[in-house]
Design a protein around this ligand. Structure first.
Ligand code: HEC
Length: 258
């Protein structure tokens, strides 16, 4: 029986360690340790808070998308965060994309469709750098996975702005950020209290906006996470069941020997 309990504990432990982007990424050994947010999606049973996802998309759409692309997402993916087909059509149609050429051979534009990729703010990297003091706003499709610290790190960057401490001189066009490596960041503080208007009555504080957009960015980078966790839980339940069966069989087989 002791082995059984050990096995169960092991299974539970590995489940806890194996799931959730937050738990996958150890905190950085930086001088400023990251704030630790209790995300709805951490842990083996965590799920994305749908309302937070929708608010987070709003923050991305109204603020971040001015500089950051989101190349791997299609507008139709937004149905997965609970938006209706009509809402998605309207969001897609609010941008224009290249639409081939007209009869005179001139390039034309058309409204976006749900089957289009998210429209990027700049046509190419050079244009993005030229608009951003030489720095490149990274694509946000996979940013949460690409940075050590994951969601906690992105959240920390968003709330980590302040005046530089005495004696620290910033290069022109740079801002001070406690959590950015080197502390000088080319992104001006993107979020403040009231940067967006939420339609669900939630108060748009800096902290709320930051948490919501990080939830959205985590989903964008890991849309299959909930399914993966459900599968993981099923596998562990099955293994526990199997352990029980094997244990019962062993007892039956050995019963005459003892
Ligand atoms: C005015 C343009 C602009 C806006 C708006 C903007 N960013 Fe940025 N962002 C940048 C630039 C430029 C960089 C690159 C900074 C650097 O390398 O110093 C950057 C970098 C980042 C980083 C990367 C830090 C790293 O480790 O490389 C994160 C995270 C980020 N932005 C998140 C966001 C989020 C979330 C929003 C929306 C709430 C947003 N940004 C809005 C321009 C912008």
């Amino acid at each position: 029986m002791r082995r059984l309990i050990q096995l169960a504990a092991l299974a539970a432990l590995s489940l806890g360690a194996a799931f959730g982007p937050a738990s996958l990424t150890p905190a950085r050994a930086d001088d400023e340790s990251l704030p630790h947010v209790n995300w709805s999606f951490s842990g083996p049973f965590g799920t994305y808070d749908r309302a937070a996802l929708q608010r987070g998309f709003l923050v991305y759409q109204q603020v971040c998308s001015a500089c950051h692309s989101m190349n791997y997402l299609y507008y139709r993916n937004l149905e997965e965060i609970g938006l209706t087909e009509e809402q998605v059509k309207a969001i897609a149609a609010s941008v224009t994309v290249p639409g081939g050429v007209n009869d005179q051979g001139q390039p034309i534009e058309r409204p976006g469709l749900p089957s289009d990729h998210f429209k990027a703010p700049f046509p190419n990297e050079q244009a993005a750098r030229a608009a951003s003091n030489g720095a490149l706003p990274p694509d946000q499709s996979d940013l949460v996975n690409a940075r050590e610290g994951g969601p906690d790190y992105i959240y920390a960057i968003l709330i980590g702005y302040s005046d530089p401490p005495p004696g620290v001189k910033l290069m022109p066009g740079m801002s001070y950020n406690k959590y950015f490596p080197g502390h000088q960041i080319a992104m001006p503080q993107p979020l403040q209290d009231g940067s967006v208007q939420y339609t669900d009555g939630t108060k748009p504080t800096l902290d709320q906006e930051a948490k919501d957009v990080v939830t959205f960015l985590t989903w964008a980078a890991n849309p299959e996470m909930e399914e993966r966790k459900r599968d993981g839980v099923r596998v562990v339940l099955f293994l526990l069941f199997l352990t029980g069966v094997v244990y019962a069989v062993k007892r039956r087989v050995w019963v005459d020997v003892h």
